[in-house]
Design a protein around this ligand. Structure first.
Ligand code: TMP
Length: 259
């Protein structure tokens, strides 16, 4: 880690210059924060789990044609990703009322929504990431109308795919946050999923008991935070039988990967 150039340090990750131009290394920390950094803590092992969970979900999304910045996992805490121009909008997709939606609109947590709802938040810590509309986004030039159309379409595809994937392992996908980036290739530009997809930015409830298995355990002081993340990884088949998930998936497809 020492000789690499650090590009950025966020709340849960550090970004380093990658080995080739146009690549970045994401290092996953155990640090956790909530409520716009007002609550801080450490979840032992979180970085290792999120690195694996995000790798797994990005690979599965890639297989169904959803473009992401993910290239490959490098080690327990690091993954190689493509360098993208991050769009300063967080896209939240909600299936069930929880968190800020439940609070803002006075809807009881756990109420299924009549349909999936997509929300946009302006990425700005000083302003505590305020909710914004398409009008704000295009008027202030944070993203073009075409970018937003692509982001919305991708977010809904991710929601459909992940809802089914998690349902298959007894987990309800309540809501999640995505970040997007512009990936340039010569004159071409493609909008891709960036950042990470993990229990840090998804709400995941056990299907039978509604037990929370995500960062709400930290936000709400529910205890056993790491166990929640571990259970998500275990159900996804990560870390089982000593074989990383990508090996078993490759075996399932009849191909092998080399670590
Ligand atoms: P919210 O209910 O607090 O608005 O969160 C909605 C979803 O977005 C939830 O799964 C957590 C995730 N999220 C982040 O990943 N980062 C954030 O900064 C916020 C506010 C939410």
């Amino acid at each position: 880690m020492s000789r690499r150039r650090q590009i950025y340090e966020g709340k849960a990750k550090v970004l380093f210059e990658g080995p080739e131009p146009g690549t970045i290394i994401q290092y996953f920390k155990d640090d956790a924060s909530a409520f716009n950094n007002q609550k801080k803590g450490t979840i032992t092992g979180k970085g290792v789990l999120n690195n694996r969970i995000s790798e797994y979900l990005m690979l599965r999304l890639g297989e169904v044609g959803v473009p992401t910045h993910f290239v490959r996992r490098l080690n327990m805490r690091e993954q190689l990703v493509r360098e993208v121009e991050i769009i300063p909008i967080e896209v939240v997709v909600r299936n069930v009322a929880a968190g800020s939606l439940a609070k803002r609109l006075g809807i009881k947590e756990g109420t299924p929504l009549p349909r999936s709802i997509v929300e946009y938040y302006y990425k700005n810590d000083e302003l505590s990431n305020p909710i914004v509309s398409e009008e704000h986004i295009t008027a202030f030039g944070w993203a073009a109308t075409q970018d937003l159309d692509d982001m919305m379409a991708l977010a809904l595809r991710v929601n459909d795919f992940l809802t089914g994937l998690f349902l298959g392992i007894g987990i309800r996908l309540i809501d999640f946050k995505l970040e997007f980036g512009r990936l340039y290739n010569g004159d071409d530009m493609q909008i891709v999923i960036a950042d990470e997809i993990s229990p840090d930015n998804c709400r995941l409830w056990d299907f039978k008991t509604n037990e929370k298995m995500d960062k709400d355990r930290f936000r709400q002081d529910l205890g056993n935070v790491e166990a929640g993340y571990q259970e998500v990884a275990r159900r996804l088949g990560i870390f089982q039988e000593g074989a990383p998930a990508e090996h078993r998936a490759a075996e399932h497809r009849g191909t092998k990967t080399v670590q």
